[in-house]
Write a protein that binds this ligand. Structure first.
Ligand code: SAM
Length: 252
């Protein structure tokens, strides 16, 4: 095996990918993103789902799950194992963290050919560019796991849950699609409950459906932040919100 391939196949070490805990999502970052969803080169991220010999007219595979602020990729790995036929992408603002997650997925793919081909990570600012990546009603699941709490009132505008962001989540999610939130910060949990509760496009999942939601028990401990919270004895607060059907069009 060539040295380059060996390097690509080795699991990455976090000490080479350290970065400041927070990145200002409103700052100017040098990010590349497509002008429109149809301009995104998804085949480069998920080559096994875009075979060159696909029959003409075959509908191209599309991302269905998005992990907003995926960090070091723990959820993506779990999704790859549980939903191997569903494309899932993690959006991560911090460059080195996104690079770690990409290297982690590369190493997993090399270690188990045929597996992990359905997950990928993109360095992106979900607060600015979500509709550049995804079409209207494209997604069935969105994950907001341990989002940055930004405690100070002056930084609340950096939070990934806000009326403006909910309008975008409502745009990219299909009716019936689900948003999963987990946080170990009770005040942020209340903030998310309030914003989703007040938004006309979302409703909290009724308790009986929440209890039967198969992914929910997994989410608090599958990511690196979740494991950190668990080690520190901080309890996770979870919620699931459903995208309501579109309201009827107004009469002309
Ligand atoms: C506290 S970490 C949680 C990471 C992961 N979800 C977990 O549970 O381990 C929050 C992550 O969201 C990322 N993030 C914050 N704002 C973002 C944005 N606007 N777009 C994409 N990622 C963002 C941060 O860089 C950070 O890695």
């Amino acid at each position: 095996m060539a040295a380059e391939e060996e390097e690509a196949a080795a699991p990455p070490q976090k000490r080479f990918y350290r970065q400041r805990a927070h990145s200002n999502p409103l700052a100017d970052h040098t990010l590349s993103y497509p002008s429109r969803p149809q301009d995104m080169d998804w085949a480069a991220l998920f080559p096994s789902f875009f075979p060159p010999d696909a029959a003409p007219g075959t509908a191209p595979a599309r991302v269905e799950f998005v992990d907003v602020g995926c960090g070091y990729g723990g959820l993506l790995v779990a999704l790859a194992e549980r939903f191997p036929q569903t494309l899932a992408v993690g959006l991560e603002l911090r460059g080195k963290v996104a690079a770690f997650t990409r290297a982690r997925i590369r190493a997993l793919r090399a270690a188990r050919p045929g597996a992990y081909g359905n997950v990928a990570c993109v360095r992106a600012n979900a607060m600015k560019h979500l509709p550049h990546f995804f079409r209207r009603a494209q997604l069935s699941k969105l994950f907001l796991l341990f989002p940055d709490p930004h405690f100070k009132r002056t930084k609340h505008k950096w939070r990934i849950v806000s009326p403006a962001m909910l309008a975008e989540y409502g745009y990219v999610l299909r009716p019936g699609g689900l948003v999963y939130t987990v946080t170990d910060v009770p005040e942020l949990h209340q903030w998310m409950l309030r914003h989703f509760g007040e938004h006309p496009l979302f409703e909290a999942l009724p308790p009986a459906q929440l209890a039967a939601e198969p992914l929910l028990p997994l989410l608090p401990s599958v990511t690196e932040e979740g494991q950190r919270a668990r080690r520190a004895g901080r309890a996770p607060n979870s919620a699931v919100f459903r995208r309501r059907p579109d309201p009827p069009a107004a009469a002309p």
